[in-house]
Design a protein around this ligand. Sequence first.
Ligand code: NI
Ligand code: MN
Length: 230
Amino acid sequence: MPKLRYLGHSAFYIEGTGLKGLIDPFLTGNPLAAAKAADFTDVNAIFLTHCHGDHLGDTIEIAKRTGATVFSCNETAGWLASQGIKVEGMHIGGRARFEFGRVKLTPAWHGDPIIEDGKPRYGGVACGFVIEVDGRKVYHSGDTGLTMEMKLLEAEKIDVACLPIGGYFTMDYEDAARAVEFIRPLKAVPMHYDTFPPIKADPKVFAMQAHENAPGTEIVIMKPGETLEF
Ligand code: NI
Ligand code: MN
């Protein structure tokens, strides 16, 4: 059974056959971080939804130290490759098979600037991921508003959907509950809340609303450090 460990904010560790992966590993400077970057010595994949600091986080340091491949949109991947990092520069809607399973990039309504010499430049587009391992599917939406494209994910038969609920930069709990209704995953995990003052949110209110919209989905509120087998 693959495992998903919540590391706080939008950061997760995902482990299954052939996969020891991190998603948006913002650990250093993350007030909710349940692990340190240095704890991850054996990682073969990093899934990066976009380059805002609270997602890029420790990606470059961990990738350089462990040799992990970073999965991201193509423009971001080009920037990382120029720093000597192994990359898979895919793009929105694209799916490909790897040793551990398939990966698909999904649309996210958000920005993806690369900061170089203190100045932002075009980094491609923000994305989410559908990651398959051991026959299970995890959808991590990245930072995004609610989109109609999420309705298309219903046909993917998602096992676990990780969705932001904090509002301000992303969906709030009401829109996240609508996303659950669109996607109808077996389980949904709230993320991207409480880390900073503008994104304070009560995951229990999200859980109640999501349950009303989509009673077939189990809402799993994970504390940083907790692990979900799926
Ligand atoms: Ni962002
Ligand atoms: Mn963010």
